[in-house]
Write a protein that binds this ligand. Sequence first.
Ligand code: IMP
Length: 199
Amino acid sequence: MPELLIATSNPGKLSEIQAILGDLPCQLLTPDAIGVQIEVDETGHSYAENAALKARAFCQASNRVTLADDSGLEVEALDGLPGLRSARFSPLPNASDADRRGYLLSLLKGKPRPWKARFRCTIALAYPDGRCQFAEGECTGEIIPEERGSHGFGYDPIFLLPELGCTMAELTDQQKNRLSHRAMALQAVRPLLEAWLGG
Ligand code: IMP
């Protein structure tokens, strides 16, 4: 069976990717499972550049077709922050997701609501022959000052989907995997994977 390496160490992302692509006729592998341990500096200036850096590095290290995503939260009232810095957005060393949510809320305090925001995700698919393909997704909503829900990860508990009246962390995994930025990008990448598998 063809093998597809999923280049992430984020368990939240990994389970979403496995749930959405798990039915494809290929084996989804993690770097841990095949003993690939590399650190990739996210030095790109866009989600696409960072996703490609990760996908290409893991593809070269493993000689396997590799999927990597780069994603982030963009808040309008903060001119698009935390954006590319979403994973490291806190002045504290060794900050947790909760620390990052707290820091974001501290920056928004006093600013007029609604705090419009969007999640963005770009997926890169790197092939051993050097090719790289991309797919994108986004999900709009707003940041709320109190945490709600216990599913998901990262900024999910403070990201409200106004048309549903609940936060991303109040959705079931199945619901999140139908409408999230990552779900959109993964649906867009599916035909590219099907072409690879069928070719
Ligand atoms: P990176 O893609 O590894 O650079 O990390 C993106 C960061 O954005 C994550 O660590 C989270 O803080 C945030 N993020 C990305 N996707 C989601 C999501 O689906 N829910 C909540 N936070 C997310």
